[in-house]
Ligand binder design. Structure first.
Ligand code: SF4
Length: 332
């Protein structure tokens, strides 16, 4: 079994009281079955409180947030009551692992950090491409995927990451990401591997491009599930004018996180459109780039329904056609 992780993965530390946001508010935390059973059987005031705030929905257990939208276990001193009274091992899996991501493919695992944590976002968006560390551990398992498809996805992801690290302007990188994603999808569908010519792709993009509408795209986002009033306001008042350089590590984060996931349904192109669209929306909203990206992740990436809605919209929403996205990328 091979485990791959970026070199900052093991050194990530929650900044707790210095965090400008918190993962302890706005969400109903999903509680794993083992922790839920443990919490329900706890004696004393903490057990009583946990039994009050746990609820079941569609076979899963959640901890409900309070009226002030804070986790009911969040104490006034900023500490988690469960951690303070019972120690870190008593935390449920969600709280213990956040913001660490685990992509387990059976015979290999990739670890990463997620952008919705401000400290992880700082690391992800300020670091140059981080070296990856691969270690071999006992417990080799059978691959849980189509090995031919995974081989294509791994080699195309590598090429995508190389395109991204080129010294081309960001706008060109995003255009190339879209067009290379299209070619990589053909390869995943069984087409022969062809060399990718960035100059020819850029020339083609200029021919294909049609005027797009950021307003229509933001209206689509406004129709999704919204967690915070802050996000609703940001969607109404976009302030971005250009692609900041931090879009490069942002796109790298999306590519590293989502590219291989296409092995589950052979649909790479809708994910590539989602990645490029995410960069476009975050850049269009403007403001402090790191805060905007973190808020985007919290509102979109951490809500499965929103991600699925955007993956579907990538194919059928009139504002997300390839020609209009190319038009927007070339015009910002
Ligand atoms: S969001 Fe990140 S830095 Fe903030 S409290 Fe949670 S884990 Fe810590």
């Amino acid at each position: 079994m091979l485990i791959t992780k970026p070199n900052y993965f093991d050194t990530f530390r929650c900044i707790a009281g210095s965090c400008p946001d918190s993962c302890c508010k706005e969400w109903d935390v999903q509680v794993d079955a083992v922790s839920a059973a443990y919490y329900r059987n706890l004696t004393g005031p903490l057990g009583d409180r946990l039994r009050e705030v746990l609820y079941e929905e569609e076979g899963e257990t959640y901890m409900s947030i309070q009226e002030d939208r804070r986790c009911p276990m969040w104490r006034d001193d900023g500490l988690c009551r469960i951690q303070a009274e019972l120690g870190e091992p008593a935390l449920c899996k969600t709280c213990r692992e956040f913001p660490r991501l685990t992509h387990d493919y059976g015979n290999f695992i990739e670890y990463g950090l997620e952008l919705s944590c401000p400290e992880a976002a700082r690391i992800l968006l300020s670091a140059p491409a981080a070296p990856y560390v691969t270690v071999e551990v006992a417990g080799n398992q059978e691959p849980e995927y189509d090995t031919d498809a995974m081989a294509v996805l791994k080699s195309t992801r590598k090429q995508m990451l190389q395109l991204l690290e080129s010294d081309r302007p960001l706008r060109e990188v995003l255009v190339l990401a879209l067009l290379y994603g299209y070619q990589a999808q053909s390869q995943l569908d069984g087409a022969e591997e062809l060399p990718f010519d960035p100059e020819a792709a850029l020339a083609e993009a200029k021919i294909l491009a049609k005027p797009g509408s950021t307003e229509d795209i933001l209206a689509l986002f406004a129709s999704l599930e919204i967690l915070t009033p802050q996000w609703e306001q940001r969607l109404q008042k976009p302030e971005g004018e250009a692609f900041p350089e931090a879009c490069r590590p942002l796109l790298r984060y999306f590519v590293e996180r989502y590219w291989l996931q296409a092995v589950s349904d052979y649909d790479l192109y809708c994910r590539v459109k989602f990645m490029v669209l995410s960069c476009l929306v975050i850049a269009s909203l403007g403001g402090d780039f790191l805060q905007t990206a973190q808020l985007y992740s919290k509102e979109i990436e951490n809500n499965t329904a929103n991600v699925e809605a955007l993956l579907d919209a990538a194919y059928c929403h009139p504002s997300l056609t390839d020609d209009k996205l190319l038009g927007l990328l070339l015009s910002i």
